[in-house]
Design a protein around this ligand. Structure first.
Ligand SMILES: Cc1ncc(COP(=O)(O)O)c(C=O)c1O
Length: 430
């Protein structure tokens, strides 16, 4: 039977546009194949943190807590917006220790449980913009951002991830301000996703000066356009593995201790327990809101819960109850924190070795500060990934460059991986 004809018969245009197996899984598959053939293959493909022996890094405190939950927590539905204690906890985990000070200056927070951080991204796109609107992203991003935008019927506007000109190296605030103004003149609302700190796929984290410039751009846009709702969504999926996990809360607190928060500005966090609690597959996350109106925060919770109900029904209860148990016990929270610190140490050690080796070459690695990944911009990412694979290093060719999973390469193989990449890059880019 002709699949094309069947597609024409069954699928509307929106569905027919959907193509492509996931590049990351394709290259991971190639790594596995090489391993199975007995090759000394190095795995730089996956987006999960692996121990130096190649096994998945798993925080045992979380596993123990999951196994000790009651039958009801295994089996029952959670309330549509999430277990009340979990909503409070997810807010604390996303915003960090500054939460109380933010409440003290008159801000209110709220949350809705979601299936992972992806669910939080989806809820914001689906509820804060209308079909046909544009969403603002940085020029380099986790590719599911594009899929989510397409699923929500949104077009994409970009601002550059690095600043080539004068000023802050990572924030081209003039460009950001101009893009925000452009959007404000053409639609009723603005939504922008910012994956920081520990950006996927580069590892870039903004410093306090960079965060301040970004926040000012959104604040100014809100002030200049009082009729436009301006939402800055902070995707902090990798934050616990960054040197400043809660830097945004510091920046926001500093800013609004002195200045008035315009009522048309909303800040959201996308909380994800996938990496922080090593439960990628359990789909545990939340969208967290911060705004001066308590009533509006509650209303947003209601709207998002309805969108969730009509999309995935509700978020799984088991991981919510496990997180409540862990963080409700000083001992368990401490043990979880110790393991998280060990895992962060593993990433820092690998990254330091990788960056040091790269710095010995002329290769233009993008700044790689924190988190799971590093990124080499290049004209022909597939050629470089293929060349690296000839030397048994498997990385992921993406649009505009190759992604290296620092998270999945054993510490002892990091230098070798960097050498292979430098050689591969020299073959094509000089
Ligand atoms: C940039 C970014 N944002 C959000 C997520 C959300 O992950 P999850 O839906 O598993 O919580 C990921 C996961 O890989 C990510 O890389």
């Amino acid at each position: 039977m002709d699949v094309g004809r069947l597609e024409d018969t069954f699928l509307p245009l929106e569905s027919k546009k959907k193509t492509g197996s996931d590049t990351i899984f394709t290259w991971y598959g190639r790594y596995l194949q090489a391993k199975a053939l007995g090759e000394p293959a190095i795995n730089g493909t996956v987006g999960s943190l692996l121990e130096d022996d190649g096994s998945l890094a798993v925080n045992s405190v979380v596993m123990d807590s999951l196994r000790s939950q009651s039958d009801v927590d295994f089996s029952s539905y959670a309330p549509l917006p999430g277990l009340p204690e979990y909503k409070k906890l997810a807010t604390e985990l996303a915003v960090g220790p500054r939460l109380a000070s933010l409440h003290d200056i008159g801000l209110h927070s709220g949350a809705v449980a979601t299936p992972g951080g992806t669910g939080a991204l989806y809820l914001s796109a689906r509820t804060m913009l209308a079909v046909g609107d544009t969403i603002l992203f940085r020029s380099r991003r986790w590719s599911p951002y594009d899929t989510l935008a397409a699923e929500c019927g949104l077009s994409i506007t970009e601002w550059p991830i690095l600043n080539e000109g004068n000023g802050h190296a990572k924030v081209n605030h003039l460009e950001l301000e101009s893009v925000l103004e452009d959007i404000a003149t053409s639609q009723k609302r603005i939504l922008s996703w910012l994956n920081d700190p520990a950006h996927n796929p580069t590892g870039i984290s903004l410093d306090s000066e960079g965060r301040d410039l970004v926040l000012d751009a959104f604040l100014n846009c809100a002030r200049n356009n009082p009729g436009i709702g301006v939402t800055l969504f902070l995707d902090t999926a990798y934050a616990v593995y960054a040197d400043e996990p809660y830097g945004w809360s510091e920046t926001i607190h500093k800013k609004f201790s002195w200045s008035e928060w315009p009522e048309n500005l909303l800040i959201c966090w996308g909380f994800s327990a996938s990496k922080s609690h090593t439960i990628y597959g359990l789909r545990c996350g939340a969208i967290v809101f911060l705004h001066p109106s308590e009533d509006y925060v509650n209303r947003l919770g209601e709207v998002c819960a309805v969108t969730g109900r009509g999309t995935w029904s509700l978020a799984p209860r088991l991981p919510q109850s496990a997180l409540i148990s862990i963080h409700g016990s000083e001992t368990e929270a401490h043990s979880w924190g110790e393991e998280k610190t060990r895992l962060k140490g593993l990433l820092s050690k690998r990254r330091a070795a990788f960056n040091a080796k790269m710095a010995e070459s002329e290769l233009p690695l993008m700044p790689s500060d924190d988190g799971y990944f590093a990124f080499i911009p290049c004209d022909d990412p597939v050629a470089i990934a293929e060349k690296a694979a000839e030397s048994q290093l498997y990385v992921v060719p993406l649009k505009g460059g190759v992604r290296i999973g620092i998270c999945s390469i054993a510490s002892s193989q990091v230098e070798r991986a960097a050498e292979i990449l430098i050689d591969a890059w020299r073959c094509f880019e000089q």
